[in-house]
Design a protein around this ligand. Sequence first.
Ligand code: PEP
Ligand code: MG
Length: 332
Amino acid sequence: QKRNLVKLKGVSAATTDGTGVTLLANIALPDDLPDAHKAGAEGIGLFRTEFLFLNRSDLPSEDEQYEAYLRVIRSMKGKPVTIRTADLGADKALSPEAMALLGDADREEFNPSLGLRGLRFTFAYPQLLRTQLRAILRASSAGPVRILLPMVTSPTDVKRARDLIDEAKRELDEAGERYGTGIEVGGMVEVPAAVAMIRDLIPVLDFFSVGTNDLVQYTLATDRANAAVSEYYDECHPAVLRFIAEAARRVCGAGKEISVCGEMAGRPDLTDFFLGLGCRTLSMDASSIPTVKARILRIDIEDAETFAGRLLRRRTSESVRKAVEDHQAQYL
Ligand code: PEP
Ligand code: MG
């Protein structure tokens, strides 16, 4: 079985009817690149850049970040690299020493998941985002880069981020520094507000990526890191499936790309669901790529659409899980 999966490395992911699916890797640091290559990833769908900022008492300089982004872009040799701006806060907090460098040593979070995180954190410390954007833009002259914004809830969030991107470009222009052209800007769909606002976000974003880890957390009001409520953290909750479907339907209908990059993207028992909704790009931990690819090679798109419709009609998590298991049986 394992050997068969390794053999799949050079096979491109397509369904039995010939629909191509792009399988990308999630990475936290450039050190994760070898695994992404071994798994045959067709690009990086999520570079969680906040990891460059963690477990240290200082902040990564523009040059240090530039080097890290450049390493990833060069290593992907022309394949797309999706760089998410730092999603700091919540479970990924800066050290007190680094917070002191931002001039906010005494800041305390009483409810971190609902506190300053993602875009909001970087809007509170815009210098941190400016530095990061300059580093990303400079690195983008070495290969195709897309910028992904975490925790988007409104078009205003996107406008603020785009203004900072434009400002960074102007600074680089003035300094005579090069950057890539046509850099797309996408948004994470990971807060229920982004689903409710999807029609208004579609015109202002170039692509979308569903962050199921946070979408589950915020839809079900369940801290993803709190064991006391883990039984309520339920990827099969109909509310979660309906939100994902609503976002996918609207974004695909508008002819834009929507991928899934949370943990659910790596579940082969849900691959049919995502393809059935119209998703053609999935980004996951490299270790999941071979099994998801093996599943895609056996999927018929029309069957997947029927399956997605069936799941969306379920009214309880239990019944969703039963339908997923029954469907899974057909592949055994
Ligand atoms: C997510 O929320 O699903 C996601 C991909 O982002 P992170 O896990 O880094 O919050
Ligand atoms: Mg997230």
